[in-house]
Design a protein around this ligand. Structure first.
Ligand SMILES: *Cc1c(COP(=O)(O)O)cnc(C)c1O
Length: 409
């Protein structure tokens, strides 16, 4: 008999973005004259850098001629790109190309990393959180039952972040085997400094836990004392895997290109306590299940590391940063308490007391015709908060803030 993986039945889908879209659509239908501004979605809108486009055109031409045609490439990606990542993204951190694996997305890598997990591992996630880490683990049976009352899965360790702890997660009391960290954070836009991150590295070393560090938004960091990579922290190479993506930094959400760093030092353990290096395991996992990212995507990503490429992607990042600043200032003027926006494309703010995040969503849509994302959609500790993104157009961002400032909530 074909027995299914019952982890899938445990999944309590919040249908966050589907619900958001449906509500916007319904509102638009009943108010066809209103122009709704959407600042909810975490997707870029600026076109790709011209050097990237050029490199991808050239890559297509390579595929058109017998002499330059490319079939299957190396499963974990071409060295030409791995070398650039090691040289530029990990400058001075001693990461080599053998420790870098290329893929079609950080979301895939975060989920696929679960293949390396032993049975009954305990995972710790931040709350609120990027939903993918949690869902992938629930599907693998590590979530347990969803408790409607608490909004939590029974087997998962939650690390709440809110104004109560200044958006710095505390070290979990119950010791996890795997810790997911995402900084700059989605959805809150908050960051950790080196000292705060070091506590997690030390904790993971003491407890033989693995840290999965999602650095998808590192390109948005502006403050000099904020680490771009977990490997800036002493000892992190022994306990941390890092995810990077070209999605938000260079606008590759539709192209697909990411990298995953598994240092040669990082280890797991067998049930009998023997140390096992993860780098060769991850290499095997990729060889078994993946044939590498597209040659065209890899060529496009390589162009990001040219002088011109760096300049061009910075122009887009600057555009989003300026939007974030407009949102932060607008919300503050409107009387809200605001987080993020400085080192992140996300702005997270406290909604008026006595309202739920969904109630605020409805009011904002009705009164200001602006759509965002309710904080509770990212986890129970997101209740009472709301997320706006800087990925809209300048014009819409300014107009949305004008409307919010005029609205009485
Ligand atoms: C957008 C995003 C990513 C990027 O995922 P890709 O699959 O590379 O597009 C990763 N992590 C977080 C938290 C994100 O918000």
């Amino acid at each position: 008999m074909f027995y299914i993986n019952e982890g899938f039945l445990d999944l309590h889908n919040s249908y966050l973005f589907a619900t958001v879209s449906k509500k916007i659509e319904e509102f638009q239908k009943s108010h066809p004259d209103k122009k709704v501004i959407k600042l909810g979605i975490g997707d870029v809108t600026r076109p790709l850098a011209p050097v990237v486009i050029e490199a991808m055109h050239k890559a297509v031409d390579d595929l058109s001629r017998t002499e330059t045609f490319k079939g299957y490439g190396p499963e974990s990606g071409y060295n030409f790109l791995k070398e650039k990542i090691a040289e530029y993204d990990y400058k001075g951190l001693g990461i080599t190309k053998e420790e870098i694996f290329l893929s079609d997305g950080a979301k895939s890598d975060c989920g696929n990393m679960c293949d390396l997990f032993g049975e009954n591992l305990k995972i710790a996630i931040m709350d609120p959180v990027y939903p993918s880490y949690l869902d992938a683990n629930v599907e693998a049976g590590r979530g347990g039952k969803f408790n409607e009352e608490t909004g939590k899965y029974e087997k998962v360790i939650y690390m709440p972040i809110s104004s109560e702890n200044n958006f710095v997660p505390e070290l979990p009391k119950e010791i996890p085997d795997v810790i997911y960290l995402c900084f700059p954070n989605n959805p809150t836009g908050t960051v950790l400094n080196k000292g705060q991150l070091k506590k997690f590295v030390d904790y993971a070393r003491e407890n033989k836990a693995l840290i999965l560090f999602d650095a998808a938004y590192e390109a948005f960091i502006q403050d000099e004392d904020i680490p771009h990579s977990i490997y800036e922290i002493e000892g992190a190479k022994e306990v941390a895997v890092e995810f990077r993506s070209f999605s938000k930094s260079a606008g590759f959400t539709g192209v697909r290109m990411a990298s995953c760093t598994v240092p040669k030092e990082v280890c797991g353990y067998t049930r009998s306590g023997e140390k096992v290096h993860l780098n060769p395991l991850w290499d095997s996992r990729i060889a078994a299940k993946f044939n590498g990212p597209s040659y065209i995507s890899q060529k496009g990503a390589e162009a990001v590391y040219t002088e011109e490429g760096q300049k061009q992607i910075q122009e887009n990042l600057k555009y989003y940063r300026e939007n974030a600043k407009i949102i932060v200032e607008g919300l503050k003027e409107a009387g809200f308490t605001v987080e993020g926006g400085q080192n992140s494309p996300y702005v997270w703010f406290k909604i008026p007391a006595g309202m739920t995040s969904w109630e605020f969503f409805d009011e904002l849509l009705e009164k200001a015709n602006v759509a965002g994302t309710p904080g509770s959609g990212f986890g129970p500790s997101g209740e009472g908060y709301f997320r706006l993104t800087s990925f809209g157009t300048r014009e819409n961002t300014i107009e949305a803030m004008r409307r919010i400032k005029e609205t009485k909530f």
